[in-house]
Design a protein around this ligand. Structure first.
Ligand SMILES: C[S@@+](CC[C@H](N)C(=O)[O-])C[C@H]1O[C@@H](n2cnc3c(N)ncnc32)[C@H](O)[C@@H]1O
Length: 277
């Protein structure tokens, strides 16, 4: 790989557009060093010498499984348990109060489906599942499901292990840690979620640019991902999410995601909750 330092402006544009077409992520001009580093790892894994050669094989689909590996390499997967705690306080408090009251009045089924869209390695869906587990007495007899989806298969593999280190768990109180996790004896400093919580979650690969198949959801969390989208890909993703929301269901958007301009048809309930009428 001699002489291979950084993407040229032409190569940067070529990969920028390729990433955009496949994910909706718009890599900002000026991120050349970051993108070069991430792609260089793929070249190394494939034993290739040049960005052009890699692009040719990638875009022609000539390398089995490479599109998935490429997307894994270019996504930013940072996340942790109870990120932006007020979103989870709302979910465990006013949101559950309302659905439980409506079920008690016979105005809805005793079932709850929650979607953590772009869930990365699972900390967000598992935080939601912890909220549900902590409300188990008042949800007795309910059918509960938290679906976590992401485009990044490596992140989903971590999610399925339900095992986390200290950084992911930084905002988990010692009480919660003791109640919902067991220390992993095989490794130092890692904790595994107990089945009562882990069993509420399932994980699937899904691209936000595509519609979500299957049943609709009562609540959708979409946080810290649309920030990477632009004014064209953002409304496409949001339209699919809104289509997957039950009537009366709520969408929770991250404060940096810039979703509010594209939420036609939803009613704003707070600075992060939008409800489908
Ligand atoms: C920074 S993480 C956010 C994780 C979590 N929602 C949170 O707020 O902590 C962003 C995630 O979005 C995923 N992502 C990016 N583009 C996507 C797309 N088109 N479809 C599905 N997931 C995508 C990435 O793989 C990454 O795991």
């Amino acid at each position: 790989m001699s002489g291979l330092i950084s993407l040229t402006p032409e190569q940067f544009t070529m990969f920028q557009q390729f990433i955009y077409r496949h994910t909706g992520i718009w890599t900002l001009d000026g991120k050349t060093a970051l993108l070069s580093n991430r792609i260089r790892r793929r070249l190394r894994d494939r034993g290739l010498e040049s960005f052009d050669e890699y692009y040719k094989l990638l875009s022609a689909g000539s390398l089995a499984g490479e599109l998935e590996s490429f997307i894994d390499a270019i996504t930013t997967n940072e996340t942790y348990f109870f990120r932006t705690s007020e979103h989870f306080d709302w979910f465990a408090g006013p949101f559950l109060d309302d659905v439980i009251a409506r079920a008690a009045a016979g105005r809805r089924e005793r079932s709850l489906r929650v979607w953590s869209a772009a869930c990365s390695s699972g900390e967000e869906p598992y935080s939601l599942a912890i909220c549900l587990a902590e409300n188990a007495p008042r949800l007795a007899g309910w059918t509960l499901k938290v679906v976590g989806t992401d485009i990044c298969e490596t992140a989903l593999q971590t999610a399925r292990t339900a095992t986390y280190g200290p950084k992911a768990l930084e905002h988990v109180s010692p009480e919660r840690l003791a109640r919902h996790f067991v220390a992993d004896t095989a490794t130092k400093d890692t904790w595994r979620l107990k089945p009562a919580v882990a069993g509420l979650c399932e994980f699937r690969r899904h691209n936000l640019l595509e519609p979500m198949a299957g049943q609709k959801f009562d609540c959708i969390f979409i946080r810290n991902v649309l920030i990477y989208f632009d004014r064209t890909s953002k409304p496409i993703a949001l339209r699919h999410l809104i289509d997957s929301l039950q009537g009366g269901g709520c969408l929770v958007a991250g404060s940096t995601d810039g979703a509010h301009d594209f939420l036609d048809g939803l009613e704003r309930r707070s600075n992060f909750v939008y409800q489908k009428p």
